[in-house]
Design a protein around this ligand. Sequence first.
Ligand SMILES: *Cc1c(COP(=O)(O)O)cnc(C)c1O
Length: 453
Amino acid sequence: MAININQQTLSNWMQTYPLLQKIMQTEEVFWKNLSLCQAETVLPFLSISTKEIEEAANRLTRFASFIKTVFPETKSTNGIIESELKPIPAMHQYINQTTTNAILGKLLLKCDHDLPIAGSIKARGGIYEVLKFAEQLAIEHNLLTLEDDYAALAEQRFKDLFSRYSIAVGSTGNLGLSIGIISAKLGFNVTVHMSADAKQWKKDLLRSKGVRVVEYESDYGKAVEEGRKQAAENPMCHFIDDEHSTDLFLGYAVAAERLKAQLDQMQITVDEKNPLFVYLPCGVGGGPGGITFGLKAIYGDHVHCFFVEPTHSPCMLAGLMTGLHDQLSVHDIGLDNRTEADGLAVGRPSSLVSNIMDSLLNGIVTVEDRQLFFFVKHLIDREHLFLEPSAAAGFAGPTKLFNSQEGKEYLADYNLQSKMKNSTHIIWATGGRMVPKEEMAVYYQKGVNLNSQ
Ligand SMILES: *Cc1c(COP(=O)(O)O)cnc(C)c1O
């Protein structure tokens, strides 16, 4: 599957893709997707249908009574795992003061950093896939019907069934947390294969919940590969495949209709005259890809979705720009895939997601690690919000849209300039709730130190 990139290929690419040189020098960029198509035209032809999002949403509703029973922190939302959408006026004002061009329109934060159970965006896709697997097993063994009250799944007879099965996953940290916590709660044997980027506290937390953690000295791709191989040897093992999984993707996609309900509630219109911009941190692509897919199904071309990746790990950007998708790794273009944004330290995008994003994604922005600490610090100071560095990547989105040459060209190309005063910008915060206080203090201090450099 790996391809051979020689010097000739690289110099040809440099001619074809003017941004590539900057990307290879780990400079921040704003990339506009030239393959973008009208959402309405392409959606019916993609490998996943928008109807499947509805099924996923219904499945999560069926599970709500179980979730509420075993995770009391979801009582207030009746067992629906959801986060707030809220204005961040002090941060908005601060960004406007420190950049040349202000972010026009409204600036909102989607608080997935605060999602219950797993404390990150992975509480959407990861938990969904495990629930779906559990439902399927319970139905096959005649312990459950679709009409039952799923609170029953907390009973011992279900644990007895699930304990005969295993679940495995490869992760840089947060996916492992979400899969580990929900699987252990249901009674599965669960193994998490952790890449070298994974933080110690995440491994410790999982072990304290009875999860088997296998550590690797290499990056995410290797952890997934090993996990997949070991799982394949065991017919009773379900491997959660972040690089190919439709279920993960659909679990994330459900976020879109929930977001629409929140925007409606806030009386925020999205249409031709009132464009919506959404900025999503991207690792392998499942989370941001699923959400983009869901949003395009609802808002069509009135929503502009941008991924944000670290300058050292722009895997989706490299894959989409060259059209090579998962065949290209960031190492092939001379990058090291080393970033403090552990949730985004991925060298190769999901093939499933990059193929779908090829025609749906509006663009990608890259961000330096030091910027992430800047955002983390100022969110604490100004909004009292606690995000992990990966989770703050979205802030680079609107900053670059309004301030980079390419961003300004984007607005001009789509005739958006006059509409920007009516625009809404949603930054998707993707993780942070579970970060221990001492760790957060270290992130904060890194943000403070930036000022004195
Ligand atoms: C996993 C993760 C993402 C990105 O999701 P992918 O599905 O890997 O693209 C973003 N932010 C955080 C904090 C994450 O843990």
